[in-house]
Write a protein that binds this ligand. Structure first.
Ligand SMILES: [Fe+2]
Length: 594
């Protein structure tokens, strides 16, 4: 077992700033400098490993309340075969920079078999990042193991977190399982699903984005949303939508104050992507002005949006236990952040995670979403969601994946979703890959040509449960389904934890109207889309996906988001199995309910 080693505390030396509502002209000069504070080169602050003198740093009062010093508890993420990123945040009023912040990792929850101990040397750096701290233990731990960890400051210990490393690259695990999550609007429901996720017997949590929503009040709620005054809040800037770094930090603190979310973060190691709401609704990159654009009151102000995106990712980097590459020398801000990355689970699963937001072109002009406009040949050549560099990286990763299962985690719906029939067909999900059909065709055909077996795509964003086939060609309700040979894989979409779904947006999620519209939506949409086996946008919850030598199984749960207690109702909504070597969705719901 490796003991103390070289590790990098992920902190920097930026100072706090008082964020007001910045005008476009007052941010262009310093955003570059601000963002550059995330540079890896500036993060190499020494972490002292313990010696006899620092033993006192690990002493604590067992009766002290962890929340008084660590109000957002702890988290772990971005596993490697030899480490994880550990995360915590100190309560500012209890953060004494004269006192050490210590961290311990052990093989047991009683901390009798300690494998790593350290104190953070640069205490001001913790202060500078909203009192958050991240520690990258890559290279320190052993593969395929579960560990326990805690932080200690000023005589108080945090809650104990449990984390897990990836299997060794040459390992042959019998199974790997994920809880798959997305879309958790704090105002639109309780995080009771997280209480169940915390107890799920899964190896890791995969979050495909919308960890926060960038609004206060009742932003992003709808006519069917529950009235939950205790879930509402105002942003520090006083605006409905985020304006500042402080707004984003406030959102993360608010979301991470939820006891169920905390419990899940304490119990599992997180693999997280961002989607649009970590930045701003429907964000994309406007090449004409080389700046982000989004659904935001100042979404068409390039300088403001550039700063906003830098602030958004700055806060994400501070608050998420993730390890993403940052290149301060990249010419464009979008090119500085490399969120796309891979996770290998021995010879069983290769997970390839992509970023669908920073590089995407804007909405298609013309008559989309009508059918004749939504066709690869009617799109501009070069139109992209992934950007050229990421797309080639992704296709390379798929081609080189040599595990039994290749798993693409992509934030948005990848398969077509049609409403209507014949000439009266529309593709309403232009935010997903239906808005980028030329690139989708290119990717699908190239993957089909690679002869990749066992290709599973995990998505979110749409606040809907989906199980369907990825195909090189798609049939229709009148022409019938495309032949089985056209299948290149399956897609499983996980539902929102709480965010506004279709039924809620229409005010059709409860009572008799809910009971009538739910089967109607499933039957109608699956008839219009023969490649979709199942769709449902009447519930909230999460899913689990388990990969074994024999199969991959998606089990989707509903959890009552209006019940903020640990007794919220939970049910299996649907479950599908894909056997090894065959692109076939088998309904195993009855077995999953037993
Ligand atoms: Fe969402």
């Amino acid at each position: 077992m490796p003991a103390d080693g070289d590790v990098t505390p992920i902190t920097s030396s930026e100072t706090d700033e008082a964020d007001g509502d910045r005008k476009p002209s007052d941010n262009s000069a310093d955003y570059t400098e601000l963002v550059s504070q995330l540079s890896g080169a500036e993060l190499t602050l020494a972490t002292g490993t313990t010696d006899v003198e620092s033993e006192a740093a690990f002493a604590f009062d067992p009766d002290a309340d962890p929340e008084t010093v660590f109000p957002q508890s702890v988290a772990s993420g971005d596993p490697t075969p030899t480490g994880v990123v550990l995360w915590t945040r100190l309560e500012p009023a209890r953060h004494d920079t004269d006192e050490p912040l210590a961290v311990q990792v052990a093989q047991d929850a009683a901390f009798e078999e300690t494998v790593y101990r350290a104190v953070f040397d640069d205490r001001e750096a913790v202060h500078a990042h909203d009192h958050t701290v991240k520690l990258d233990l890559d290279g320190v731990l052993a593969p395929g193991e579960t560990y326990y960890y805690r932080f200690v400051h000023d005589g108080v210990a945090s809650k104990t977190g449990r984390c897990r490393t990836l299997p060794a690259p040459d390992a042959s695990p019998d199974s790997v399982s994920f809880a798959v999550l997305t879309c958790q609007n704090y105002q639109n429901g309780y995080f009771s699903a997280y209480d169940y996720i915390a107890e799920e017997d899964v190896d890791f949590i995969v979050h495909v984005g919308d960890f926060i929503y960038e609004g206060g009040g009742t932003e992003f709620c709808g006519p069917g949303s529950p009235d939950l005054p205790d879930r509402q809040f105002e942003l520090p800037s006083g605006h409905d939508r985020v304006r500042t770094l402080e707004d984003y930090r406030y959102l993360y603190r608010k979301y991470r104050s939820d006891e169920f979310l905390q419990k899940a973060m304490e119990n599992h190691t997180l693999i997280a992507a961002w989607d649009d709401h970590e930045i701003a609704n429907d964000v994309y990159w406007d090449d004409e002005v080389n700046a982000p654009r989004a659904d935001h009151p100042r979404g068409d102000d390039p300088e403001f949006m550039t700063r906003l995106l830098a602030d958004a990712i700055h806060a994400w980097w501070e608050y998420m236990p993730s390890r993403i590459e940052y290149d301060p020398d990249a010419e464009s801000l979008q090119d500085r952040f490399t969120m796309w990355r891979e996770f290998g689970f021995g010879d069983l699963v290769d997970v390839i995670m992509t970023d669908e937001r920073l590089f995407r072109d804007g909405p298609r002009e013309g008559l989309a979403p009508l059918k004749h406009a939504v066709h690869p040949d009617n799109e501009d050549e070069g139109r992209t969601m992934l950007g050229d560099e990421q797309r080639e990286w992704f296709l390379n990763a798929v081609e080189n994946a040599d595990a039994k299962w290749t798993c693409w985690t992509d934030e948005v719906l990848t398969i077509p979703l049609k409403l209507g029939a014949g000439p009266l067909t529309a593709f309403p999900m232009q935010e997903g890959w239906d808005g980028y059909t030329r690139e989708r065709r290119d990717i699908t055909e190239r993957i089909a040509g690679m002869d990749v077996e066992n290709f599973v795509t995990l998505t979110g964003d749409m606040h809907t449960y989906v199980a369907g086939y990825k195909q090189t060609e798609y049939g229709g309700p009148i022409a019938g389904p495309a032949p089985k040979e056209s299948r290149v894989g399956v897609e499983f979409m996980t539902p929102a934890i709480t965010s506004l779904n279709v039924a809620e947006a229409l005010g059709a999620n409860g009572g008799l109207i809910g009971r009538l519209t739910e089967p109607f939506l499933t039957k109608t949409v699956t008839w219009m889309n023969p490649h979709i086996e199942y769709i449902n946008s009447h519930h909230w919850g999460y899913s689990t996906v388990e990969f074994t030598r024999e199969d991959c199984t998606y089990t989707a749960y509903t959890v009552d988001k209006t019940d903020g207690t640990a007794d919220a109702d939970r049910e299996v909504l649907v479950a599908y199995r894909v056997p090894d070597g065959d692109v076939e969705l088998q309904d195993v719901t009855d077995a999953a309910r037993r």
